[in-house]
Design a protein around this ligand. Structure first.
Ligand SMILES: NC(=O)c1ccc[n+]([C@@H]2O[C@H](COP(=O)([O-])OP(=O)(O)OC[C@H]3O[C@@H](n4cnc5c(N)ncnc54)[C@H](OP(=O)(O)O)[C@@H]3O)[C@@H](O)[C@H]2O)c1
Length: 331
């Protein structure tokens, strides 16, 4: 029997929403079906790009649309809790963009609401679901690396210094930690779990949000994660997992589809992947979300909600240490 098409409702007609919809078009059993925007004109323009039948001039109308099977929250992170709760309260499962929320406390509210309503909720940390990350997890599980000693990862991007751009704007959750740092932090969590100690240092950017933040995470095993994030310069965006017997070097850009090598302690390449990927890669999180939905799961075993809580706990601790005041981000 053919699988019914999963009909997505996209909340917010912005940049990542368009990339997500474009990548969804590569899937035979999912489609962008409805868009919700604060403006009808924007909703129509977005819907026309993908021949979407349903276009709404409010997020409330989108989440109430009976033809929508699940909501993709693609607004800025200070609105993620509000928009996720709106969708859950309308009875819809939710895939919520990264960073999941603005704090551990907000994350807890979102997770508790989904659990109370018995609805699927998943963090849209797309990197986690990419083919090379699946391979990396299998290699770690095989034991070939030995004991994990350290993880290193950076995420730095160069942007025009426009104070109106969301990465520089405090009220849109700007700064390097929330927008860029989430990738190395989530990567360290995937490899090493929850840190036992967090140490962060930061330099403010020209609008007062963090321009560069460096973090050391320590783990009960003695392992360290050394992470750097900046919205002031383009850094290599590579990642390393160093084990007592071998290491994995993930090439630029480590959180997008890419290549990697496994290198032993004598510097011999013993594995890796140079596989080419077609498309953006955002569809992989959609595939996992819909797989969970069809299986009746309420969270993904690949990125469980307790891990999202742990990751947001680490980010909240870093934000506290570097003096990012959450009320600055109030809507
Ligand atoms: N997974 C990834 O690779 C990736 C990449 C980029 C961004 N992101 C995340 O996705 C989220 C959105 O980023 P984006 O780059 O798509 O941003 P964007 O292009 O600025 O779009 C965000 C959308 O949010 C809506 N919105 C609601 N309230 C708003 C307000 N007060 N001011 C401005 N817009 C408002 C707007 O939609 P309407 O006008 O239609 O209502 C806007 O188009 C962020 O949390 C970001 O971190 C993820």
């Amino acid at each position: 029997m053919a699988t019914e098409t999963f009909r997505w409702g996209i909340l917010g007609a912005g940049g990542i929403a368009e990339q997500f919809a474009r990548d969804l078009m590569r899937l035979p059993d999912q489609r962008p079906h409805a868009i919700g925007s604060r403006s009808q004109e924007k909703a129509d323009k977005f819907a026309d790009l993908f021949a979407m039948p349903n276009r709404h001039d409010s997020y409330a109308k989108l989440v109430a649309d009976p033809e929508v099977d699940g909501i993709y929250v693609a607004t800025h992170h200070p609105m993620h809790m509000r928009d996720t709760l709106m969708a859950l309260n309308a009875g819809k499962p939710v895939l919520c963009e990264k960073p999941f929320a603005m704090s551990f406390q907000e994350t807890k509210t979102m997770v508790e609401t989904a659990r109370a309503k018995n609805l699927l909720l998943m963090e849209a940390m797309w990197a986690r679901f990419l083919p090379h990350m699946i391979q990396v997890r299998e290699i770690i599980k095989s034991g070939v690396l030995g004991e994990i000693i350290q993880v290193r990862a950076d995420h730095g991007q160069w942007f025009v210094k426009d104070p109106e751009f969301r990465l520089f704007k405090p009220e849109l959750g700007g700064g390097s930690l929330f927008d860029l740092g989430i990738y190395p932090i989530s990567f360290a969590s995937m490899v090493l779990g929850t840190p036992s100690r967090v140490t962060a240092r930061s330099t403010k950017g020209f609008t007062g949000v963090d321009g560069q933040t460096s973090v050391i995470l320590e783990y009960p095993t003695g392992a360290h994660a050394l992470l750097n994030m900046t919205n002031s310069a383009a850094t290599p965006n590579r990642a390393l997992i160093v084990g007592s017997d071998a290491r994995i070097e993930i090439d630029r850009t480590f959180y997008a589809p890419t290549t990697f090598r496994v290198i032993d302690h004598k510097d011999q390449i013993i594995g890796g992947s140079d596989k080419k990927y077609v498309g953006h890669g955002l569809r992989e999180e959609a595939i996992e979300f819909v797989r969970c939905y069809r299986a009746g799961l309420k969270e993904s075993p690949i990125l469980p909600l307790d891990e999202t809580l742990s990751i947001m706990g680490t980010i909240t601790e870093i934000a506290d240490q570097i003096g990012l005041v959450f009320k600055e981000f109030a809507k």
